[in-house]
Design a protein around this ligand. Structure first.
Ligand code: NAD
Ligand code: MG
Length: 380
């Protein structure tokens, strides 16, 4: 196989560094041609040295100048740098691992330039799933999931008829407060919420895993990636995080994908798709793991799942509002300004005040995102 040329946006984060490891592990098949991040100069310098990309960008302008001085090569800056990398002629696939909404514009630009997309940033599909998937169909490019649950579903669906699918079953670890009584939620500290039982991830997604908003975002993400209405997307709690998700077919059979929880598995599959290549990954020893257990999520404790279903039913601009209000609430919680239960209350109140526009244009989505951020600050 001719090496695949990869542009990596969000190169220094948790997914970004795991992607670097995957590429380093398969040097004959994968090549990084573009690297971008926001402000981590040391991380970028190290990655540039190791992968020698053709183009480098940092959205923070001062940091871009700093990196430029260190590596002695030009560094693009601002949001335009991301778009320039996402559309570079040498790129075959653009992996978007930027936390938050800054990945949306480069994602659309990549699709319109005919690039395949590997999507880790769930915000992209939650905010603009309808737009992104229809643009991808129009430009005949693939949207490959990096999120472990969606990679699992993607793998279970391969070669199957969409009409044979009964429902998608997302697994959730349940987070650190699975067994914490609801009445104790107001005492939860930031440090406790940042301790995930099975995955090692960036800060925002770790808090989202504690509130189960992450699973809510993933329900909406799945709805668009696989074109299955939200009422056929279910969640089951699976604390071991070995079964990454499942598909139930209309004959009653369920297919699942399993591995130890390590994001390098779904990252590699998105980058080498449709091939499966040997690597240096840890093996999954089921006998050692011993038990795989499943339980229903508690809807009283975690209203996030109900709110996600509501946003997914209303559609239009509502998922963008759901996402933005949660982002503001999480930032305030991490800053120590609000308690843990307030995250649920803020999202519910902001959604309650939104009049959704459907089907939404990119402008309407971005406006709804801004409105929800302001409204969330107001209701806090
Ligand atoms: P992180 O916080 O560890 O890293 C974020 C990266 O995005 C950094 O490289 C940062 O420089 C970059 N970034 C942030 N804002 C930017 C901007 N405006 N312009 C350019 N770069 C910017 O986050 P993460 O945990 O790696 O998550 C990244 C995305 O992947 C998120 O959307 C998350 O929901 C999703 N995701 C993460 C995991 C995981 O295991 N960490 C799993 C599934 C999905
Ligand atoms: Mg996930």
């Amino acid at each position: 196989m001719k090496p695949k040329n990869i542009v990596l946006l969000g190169a220094t984060g948790s997914i970004g560094t795991s992607t670097q490891k995957v590429v380093a592990d398969l040097p004959d098949q994968l090549r990084i041609v573009g690297l971008a991040s926001r402000e981590n100069v040391a991380g970028m310098q190290q990655a540039v040295r190791q992968f020698k990309p053709l183009k480098v960008a940092m959205t923070n302008r001062e940091k871009a100048r700093e990196l430029e001085a260190q590596i002695g090569d030009p560094v693009l800056s601002g949001e335009r740098g991301l778009v320039e990398l996402a559309t570079m002629p040498e790129a075959d696939i653009v992996l978007i691992a930027i936390v938050g909404t800054a990945g949306l514009e480069p994602a659309l630009a990549a699709i319109r330039a005919g690039k395949d997309l590997a999507v880790a940033s769930k915000e992209i599909l939650v905010m603009a799933g309808e737009l992104v998937t229809s643009e991808a169909r129009k430009h005949k490019v693939k949207v490959l999931p990096v999120d472990s649950e969606h990679s699992a579903i993607f793998q279970c669906l391969e070669g199957r008829e969409p009409r044979d699918v009964k429902r998608l079953i997302l697994t959730a670890s349940g987070g650190p407060f699975r067994q914490t009584p609801r009445k104790e939620f107001k005492k939860i500290t930031v440090a406790q919420a940042l301790k995930h039982p099975s995955w090692n991830m960036g800060q925002k997604i770790t808090i989202d895993s504690a509130t189960l908003f992450n699973k809510g975002l993933e329900m909406i993400e799945a709805r668009w990636l696989f074109d299955v209405e939200i009422d056929r997307v279910d969640v089951v709690v699976h604390p071991q995080s070995i079964v990454h998700s499942m598909v139930e077919f209309r004959d009653g059979s369920i297919l699942a994908q399993l591995s130890v929880p390590d994001m390098r598995y779904p990252i590699q599959y998105a980058l080498t798709y449709p091939r499966r290549l040997p690597n240096l990954m840890p093996a999954t020893d089921l006998a050692r793991i011993g038990t795989l257990s499943f339980e229903n999520p508690d809807p009283e404790k975690f209203p996030s799942l109900r709110l996600a279903r509501e946003a997914g039913r209303v559609c239009g601009t509502m998922p963008a509002v759901f996402n933005a209000a949660n982002e503001v609430a999480v930032a305030r919680f991490v800053a120590g300004q609000i308690g843990f239960p307030a995250i649920f209350e803020i999202v519910e109140r902001v959604m309650g005040r939104h009049r959704a526009v459907a089907p939404p244009s990119l402008d309407a989505i971005l406006q709804a995102d801004l409105w929800a951020r302001k409204e969330a600050e107001r209701v806090i």
